[in-house]
Design a protein around this ligand. Structure first.
Ligand code: IPE
Ligand code: IPE
Ligand code: MG
Length: 261
């Protein structure tokens, strides 16, 4: 099954942008905290890891939909710096799952013009996974389709500390003047350098927290929380998130441009 092939039997329905959405006001960048895999499995009497397996299908569907509906970047939280504290069996399962999915899907990612990147401290990942990641990044870096960022061993605080450290080192080496450090310079040291900030953050499974995700980049994202568990996230759930996004007034600290007083 190709990564971008819809798993839904009704391909037409999956790929067409819903009528209720304004194509001119779609978020350019959607970020998603894919939560609830374990609860999804538990509700079915299955081991937690089966939820992670089902979660991959939901991610494939979401990528397909975002790409088809004209969203230019999707950033997904796949594994946090805190997730190492889970039982070893679950962590090992996840690492093996990342490897097998990437191996299986790389050809179709390449073919479908997806530009994949992995954001996080990749050095701590298994060597075989690191090799696959390097290969996938290299093979898709000239693609012109959706930018697909997979946050793996990602932690927002860790990312900020690394950025501060790099700027401190460059200052010590006389490469930059610390007095001139500004937001633009700081952003260039983040894993997301070159990427635009997310317009919309979706969190599934009803949890109302950020869990150390994109602490810098989410400064002005609109947040949509849904009770849907990640493996059940589908075109209806994505449409609901986008409709919710389109109902918001983004002020960025200013005043509503449409307000009369
Ligand atoms: C999200 O699902 C996937 C990862 C964090 C890797 P969870 O595994 O956190 O599922 P719940 O929250 O326990 O239901
Ligand atoms: C956030 O989910 C991390 C990922 C989705 C990869 P968690 O399940 O780890 O978050 P908490 O523990 O509920 O905050
Ligand atoms: Mg969770």
């Amino acid at each position: 099954m190709s990564l971008l092939s819809a798993t839904n039997t009704n391909q037409q329905k999956v790929c067409t942008r819903p009528q209720g959405l304004d194509p001119l006001r779609l978020p350019a960048h959607v970020a998603v905290i894919m939560d609830g895999n374990g609860r999804w499995a538990k509700a079915r009497g299955l081991p937690r890891v089966m939820g992670h397996r089902a979660g991959v299908e939901a991610l494939k569907t979401t990528l397909r939909l975002c790409s088809d509906w004209g969203i230019s970047a999707l950033t997904a939280y796949a594994f946090s710096t805190e997730n190492w504290s889970r039982p070893g069996d679950e962590v090992n399962f996840l690492m093996t799952l990342f490897e097998s999915v990437l191996q299986r899907e790389l050809d179709s990612l390449e073919r479908e013009q997806v530009q994949i990147k992995f954001l996080g401290d990749l050095k701590a990942l298994p060597k075989q996974l690191q090799k696959l990641i390097a290969d996938a990044t290299e093979r898709t870096n000239k693609n012109v389709g959706i930018r697909f960022n997979v946050c793996t061993n990602y932690g927002g605080r860790h990312e900020l500390v690394l950025a501060a450290k790099k700027l401190a080192q460059r200052s010590c080496q006389g490469e930059i003047d610390p007095a001139l450090i500004d937001e633009k310079m700081f952003e260039k040291e983040l894993f997301t350098a070159g990427e635009i900030d997310p317009d919309l953050l979706i969190r599934t499974s009803g949890e109302r927290r950020i869990s150390n995700f994109l602490l810098w980049q989410l400064a002005y994202a609109e947040i949509h929380v849904t009770d849907v568990l990640w493996p059940d996230f589908d075109s209806v759930a994505l449409t609901n998130a986008l409709v919710d996004y389109q109902s918001r007034t983004r002020r960025f600290g200013g005043l509503d441009p449409m307000a009369t007083n």
